[in-house]
Design a protein around this ligand. Structure first.
Ligand code: HEM
Length: 138
């Protein structure tokens, strides 16, 4: 199924897009601005967050989501999934689509090659990892 394992071309396209975006300091800042503004429940969760640290951790995590898409080894995401899951922060599954949408807001802003097809490639590429996170422990 396409949603279970993204087509290799979609993975390559999304990862190339990420390469074009990730070197911009503003890319992750714009992601967080869009994400925190996307639901009133989200901003308070980041009230005490050190965003310099948070952006570095997210950059690492995006790399893990891409690795997971190529080879779904649960060890890759387990620590981050535990932190977000029912035993710790208990992030509701409904908030994960907002994460993906906010990422695409930042991609549209920073990737000159952004397009609807590329957005679909990003969704397909990150779907397995995001699905793992939202289901973890539930
Ligand atoms: C697949 C999607 C997501 C990824 C890859 C991701 C990644 C991360 C990472 C790497 C951290 C840092 C963990 C650490 O401190 O060791 C983090 C923290 C956090 N995430 Fe996520 N996250 C995702 C989705 C979400 C969603 C949907 C929410 C909903 C509000 C959320 C809220 C938070 C909060 C509140 C923190 C803690 C910030 C702090 O320490 O001040 N995350 N996330």
């Amino acid at each position: 199924m396409a949603a279970e394992s993204p087509a290799p071309e979609q993975l390559d396209a999304a990862q190339a897009s990420y390469e074009r975006c990730r070197h911009s300091e503003a890319f992750l800042a714009d992601f967080y601005e869009a994400f925190l503004g996307s639901d009133p429940a989200i901003r308070p969760l980041f009230a005490h967050t050190d965003f310099d640290r948070q952006r570095r951790l997210l950059q690492h995590a995006l790399g893990l989501l891409f690795s997971f898409a190529r080879r779904p080894n649960p060890n890759l995401l387990e620590r981050i999934a535990t932190r977000h899951g029912p035993a710790e922060m208990n992030i509701p599954a409904e908030q994960y689509p907002l994460f993906m949408d906010a990422l695409l807001v930042a991609v549209r802003k920073h990737d000159p090659e952004a397009s609807p097809a590329l957005a679909e490639a990003w969704r397909a590429a990150l779907a397995p990892g995001i699905r793992y996170m939202e289901r973890y422990g539930r």
